[in-house]
Design a protein around this ligand. Structure first.
Ligand SMILES: *Cc1c(COP(=O)(O)O)cnc(C)c1O
Length: 430
């Protein structure tokens, strides 16, 4: 499979180049030259296949020519060691994506990506150094995803004092091949430092540097797997699946659209946004207007200018998007009401992000935009990750073992001022 920039069809790249570069040289996002289609025999037997088997079938065409079948098999088995169960809640289904090691769906992408890097780095003498800037959540998933993976080391930059105690332990509590750097500044400072390092030619002569940015195609493609697996579990008697996707940067929604285009039996998508509603407004008004980010209780979705919009628009026209995706934006107060109602009526505890997904479906049903379908809400994080918001509404939630274990870790990080010299010195130290 070849990959192109969303901004230039003239030059193509192999999967490894797209993985290593993250962003195309012209600033565009990498997209596959075509979205592959499942053989009909695969679609009809999805219900009998295990998660890893479905992962293999889904990912195989995207890495064909770059990763041999047996190596892909190993990567899939190493990355997807947990399931994505469909759990009934009232008349709807919840697709629980939080059974990975950091209790959020970003584990699927991070764990596959780390193994892809490790595969391509085999036999290289110098280790690959991955730089990531995080405002909190991504850093934990990347640190965990790369922890102990051969041939790769990770430096995570986070704003000192501005991440939660749990997040800091997930980033700075692992040690080993994961180095944590607390920057005396904001997330934007962290991001600027990473960008400067990645484009510094002297530093790049010395080290093999790359990033694990959320727009990397290698993080996006593995997210298609759980849509395929979930849609495959429905029977022919069920109405078509309508997936409600709590959305920020639109990566998860894009992955779902890939799954649909591949031939997974999916009816429609709901782009569930919080008050950062650029994409929903686009579907309604036909104008895409990125806005400054608004802070909400579903903060992993606080994205004013979603990057994957460019990827979606390169595959689908506005009219196609309007046909396949229904948009709804949910404010904080309605998010909390949804958490309360779902707990009272169904005994199910949603985290604030997943509650936006639930409520968006409710809004679209009430307005008559959606009528039938098997309604599936994606639960993108475990409620215990946001206990300060969840507990007043739904009572105490028991953290899963992975979060309990993370809370017991000791934080070990280096503090630097927000300037490149400090980071440069740190990275040059052997
Ligand atoms: C990252 C994240 C989202 C948003 O996903 P996108 O792919 O950026 O749209 C939603 N919920 C949680 C818990 C997240 O961490």
């Amino acid at each position: 499979m070849r990959y192109y920039s969303t901004r230039n069809r003239g030059e193509s790249y192999c999967f490894y180049e797209a993985l290593l570069r993250g962003l195309a040289p012209d600033g565009g996002l990498f997209v596959p030259e075509e979205i592959p289609r499942f053989r009909p025999a695969v679609v009809s037997s999805l219900g009998d296949m295990g998660f890893q088997e479905i992962a293999y079938e889904t990912l195989h065409p995207f890495v064909k020519g770059d990763i041999p079948d047996a190596a892909l098999q190993d990567m899939v088995c190493g990355a997807f060691t947990f399931d994505a169960p469909l759990v009934p809640a009232g008349e709807r289904l919840v697709l629980e994506l939080f059974h990975g090691p950091t209790a959020a769906f970003k584990d699927f992408g991070a764990r596959f990506m780390s193994r892809a890097f490790a595969y391509f780095r085999q036999g290289e003498s110098r280790p690959l150094k991955i730089l990531v800037a995080t405002s909190g959540d991504t850093g934990g998933a990347v640190a965990s995803g790369f922890y102990g993976v051969d041939g790769v080391s990770v430096t995570v930059l986070y704003p000192k004092g501005r991440v939660s105690p749990l997040q800091e332990r997930q980033i700075a509590g692992l040690g080993g091949n994961i180095e944590a750097v607390a920057v005396e500044g904001s997330f934007d400072d962290c991001q600027r430092l990473v960008k400067t390092a990645l484009s510094d030619s002297e530093l790049n002569k010395l080290l093999a540097l790359s990033s694990a940015n959320s727009i990397n195609i290698a993080r996006l493609i593995p997210q298609a797997v759980y849509y395929v697996a979930a849609a495959g579990k429905l029977t022919a008697a069920d109405p078509p699946a309508v997936f409600s996707v709590p959305s920020g940067n639109l990566g998860n929604l894009t992955a779902g659209m890939y799954a649909m285009k591949m031939g997974a039996p999916i009816g429609l998508f709901v782009a569930a946004e919080n008050s950062n509603r650029a994409f929903d407004d686009y579907l309604a008004t036909r104008n895409f207007v990125p806005r400054p980010t608004v802070t909400t209780i579903s903060n992993a979705m606080d994205v004013g200018a979603p990057s994957n919009f460019e990827r979606l628009s390169s595959h689908w026209s506005l009219d196609e998007l309007r046909r396949l995706v229904k948009g709804a934006s949910v404010n904080d107060s309605d998010t909390k009401s949804a958490m309360e109602t779902v707990f009272k009526d169904c005994g199910y505890v949603l985290d604030p992000h997943s509650a936006v997904g639930w409520q968006a479906l409710t809004v679209l049903c009430e307005s008559g935009t959606l009528s039938g379908g098997t309604f599936v809400v994606l639960a993108t994080a475990h409620p215990a990750k946001f206990s300060d918001i969840v507990e007043p509404v739904a009572g105490p939630v028991t953290p899963p073992p992975c979060l309990q274990e993370a809370m017991g870790r000791t934080v070990s990080s280096v503090t630097i001022p927000p300037d490149f010299q400090a980071l440069n010195a740190l990275l040059r130290k052997v």
